[in-house]
Ligand binder design. Sequence first.
Ligand code: UD2
Ligand code: MN
Length: 581
Amino acid sequence: RLFLLIVIISCCLSVVITFGLLLNTSTRSTINSALYYFQRHYNDIPFIHPPPNIDRGIVEEPKQQMGRKPRPNDQVYNFDLKRYHPKNEDEKKREEEGKRKNGFNAFLSDQIPWDRPVPELRDKSCFTQEYANDLPNTSVVIIFHNEVLSALMRTITTVLLRSPAELLHEIILVDDFSEREDLKGKLEDLIRPLSKVKLLRHASRSGLIRARLTGARAATGEVLIILDSHCECYEGWLEPLLDRIQTDRKVAVTPDITTIDWESLEHTSKPGALSSRGSIDWSFAFKWKKIPGYENERRKTEGDPIRSPTMAGGLFGIDRRYFFELGAYDEDMMIWGAENVEISFRLWMCGGSLEIVPCSKVGHIFRGGGNTIWTFPEGADKTLTKNTMRLIEVWVDDEYKHIYYDKRPWAKGRDYGDISARLELKKKLNCKSFKWYMENVVPELTLPGENVAATGPIRNLGTGNCIDTMGRGEHGEVGMYTCIDHSMNQDISLTDLDELQFDSDYCLDVSDHKSGGKVTLYSCHAMGGNQRWVYEKSTQQLIHSISGNCLESKDKDSLALYPCDSTSLFQQWNFRAYHTP
Ligand code: UD2
Ligand code: MN
């Protein structure tokens, strides 16, 4: 029997050896590459439709053992989105419907691969940085309500694909009570093979604040990273965030949030310098504003973090324990809004800080077309006002509170619930005042009415309508609308630099100096030129200095420059408040 056993073993051995010798080098290297690929990618990239480009893993080189050095993504970026465009009338119809229903091009999102290549947007200086080997690991929390499944899958896939496996502890998905069918069984099928992905579900709609809390409480990684459910992580997005937190556990970080166009789904951001950081407007809502000179002087390279007074809210990282020490979120804020400014104020006032890390890039679909994918069950006004009042009543000093209530007088006396626990937290953490925040974190911010000669709305005596942004942003055309007191879109001032400036920080700008030249919104540059307006009190005309023309509203909707004519009522304007110096 022993003899028989020896014969069998030697037969097996010789088969294995012969087989090994027969393998030529190229087959062997293919097997090695495949093994290598699976070793490097035990993040379990989903090999499900649409198929990810598996070759990427094979060409990748081993990671540095000594210090992590980011390498530029040298793949030529020639991804052709047009291939995925609608091919016939029926598909075009579906595309339009998808945009209407979701606020972004869901049709296209369903067509393009989840792991499509992304352009290299990092500044050169990012590649001179080196990160520690022992970076903390992270739990990524992605919350969603009725998200387009392919957009959610793209977020998950790009986190898995572009995060070093040892730094990605887990991904926690929190479904905030979605109604869409495919977010139920189909989503579960898709994530089943992904060992790092966990799914939690709310039994009722509670809003993004509580959904993130659910995820954060379940997380066990050292760092917590929050993402919206329609993002795309770029190469090297994670390491610079973790590195910054490792250096200072009380700094919260955001990536540079780049724009994925809601209609074309193109990555529209250009490589190079970042120009804005988070601030607030005077309804205490988040606003991007130009990085002030003093902050740019403090930084040595484009890759250096930018201290930011507020965060947009959807994409940020923070030491997980510090997040809870700092009071996590205000759980009585509902659905959406104000939580981003609240956590920003709290970070700065209570001993932490907040930075944008330019070398970390994550794309986000900013919805457009006035469509949202979800609604406010109690109405937008009720929810947003309540959330903002909770922010103001806790974090804004008495001497500044009136700024909000002057703009929103109807909010006075409304119920904002019990804030005693938050006030207690503020005391316990020994937080500084809003005045301190104003003086030290956003010294460039002027109070409303400061440095202004007159405030709007500005009414045309001919039509009786008022100058209105029509809700448009930079480069948008300014229009005319029925006068409404306290409308954000008509909140305009004549500054002591002779600018007509909206609260949004855009100025009335005319670059076409001919008769009929249109008026557009442009970032205020304080240099006069196309933005200098002189209000002639005796004739009530608004004269555009550089062209010598006057602002005129020929009919109730239009606004343009025409040769000055002091007899025309359509060139006469009235400020609600004119402050005589
Ligand atoms: C921005 C933030 C967002 C949040 C919000 C203020 C960015 C890029 N986005 O608006 O994260 O801070 O400002 O509150 O900074 N969601 C739920 N339940 C809800 C409503 C929304 O889970 O009841 C999810 C939604 O699926 C998404 C996330 O919350 O993943 C943020 O919602 P959004 O994308 O509609 O907000 P956004 O980007 O307009
Ligand atoms: Mn979003």
